[in-house]
Design a protein around this ligand. Structure first.
Ligand SMILES: Nc1ncnc2c1ncn2[C@@H]1O[C@H](COP(=O)(O)OP(=O)(O)OP(=O)(O)O)[C@@H](O)[C@H]1O
Length: 252
């Protein structure tokens, strides 16, 4: 009896998005395998965020198809994607400064569960307290859990922000520049955390990041985007040794 291979967690085919004359994403295709940490790198303006936002239902692509675990998710809203097990972080912090760290986590989970008014009311526990506490311990933010998130350092707020994406116990998390603005001393810690989450929860990640050391250390495979197109996909070693990538990006 032959083993049935699992479908890719994420399959993107022929994705296109233009803004007027600017072809921001120009026919991008790739697959993310179950349990994989998949990096996306490329120069500023190469279309990484536009590709991300198209996958996440934030903007409508002009063409292309997107599948999650073998099922089409093309055109689904961010809320529907959350319900299907897709989490995300943004380039900018999404924490509520006046709410405690723990309440930020609870609200994030309630949002994923589809409570549209959850941001308007003080959050109840909704049975999610145990999950929040597990993440608080994993992220080593227990000592600040009851403090207003806005009183934390930027780096600590970034940790809270990342933890929030994991409250819905997602299969797939898309992280948009998790190291942006973070003190170099914390970058290694974020990498360790993401590896631990990947190992223990078996979730797959897509990570956009400019910090090359971080990407090369963290990711199993990396996609290089240039001018809206895929220049290369490969392991960190393959990408480092790729002459086209060196010429177009890494060698600069
Ligand atoms: N809302 C928009 N309106 C018009 N042009 C846009 C819009 N969003 C992105 N673009 C253009 O699309 C191209 C791709 O931008 P995008 O932000 O996706 O690149 P990126 O690789 O994520 O860049 P960065 O690394 O700087 O975040 C750029 O030329 C950008 O100016």
């Amino acid at each position: 009896m032959s083993a049935v291979a699992s479908p890719p967690v994420l399959k993107v085919q022929g994705l296109k998005k233009s803004y007027g004359a600017i072809q921001a994403v120009d026919g991008v295709s790739f697959e993310v395998r179950p349990g994989e940490i998949f990096g996306v790198i490329g120069p500023n303006g190469s279309g990484k965020t536009t590709m991300f936002n198209s996958v996440l239902g934030q903007i409508s692509p002009d063409a292309g198809s997107i599948e999650l675990n073998g099922e089409s998710i093309t055109g689904l809203s961010p809320l529907e994607l959350n319900r299907r097990g897709v989490g995300r972080t943004f380039q900018t912090l999404q924490v509520f400064g006046k709410m405690s760290v723990r309440d930020n986590l609870l609200v994030a989970a309630q949002e994923h569960q589809g409570s549209l008014f959850s941001r308007l009311f003080a959050p109840g526990d909704s049975g999610l307290g145990g999950q929040a506490d597990a993440l608080i311990d994993l992220f080593r933010i227990r000592h600040v859990a009851e403090q207003p998130a806005g009183s934390l350092s930027y780096g600590q707020q970034k940790l809270v922000d990342i933890a929030m994406a994991f409250m819905s116990e997602p299969d797939l998390v898309l992280l948009d520049e998790p190291c942006a603005g973070v003190n170099p001393s914390l970058v290694g810690g974020i990498s360790v955390l993401l590896k631990q989450l990947n190992r223990e929860r078996r979730s797959s990640f897509v990570v956009i990041e400019h910090n090359m050391d971080f990407v090369m250390d963290l990711c199993h495979r990396i996609l290089v985007m240039v001018e809206g197109r895929v220049l290369a996909i490969g392991t960190p070693d393959e990408i480092r040794a790729n002459k086209q990538v060196l010429d177009a990006y890494l060698g600069n």
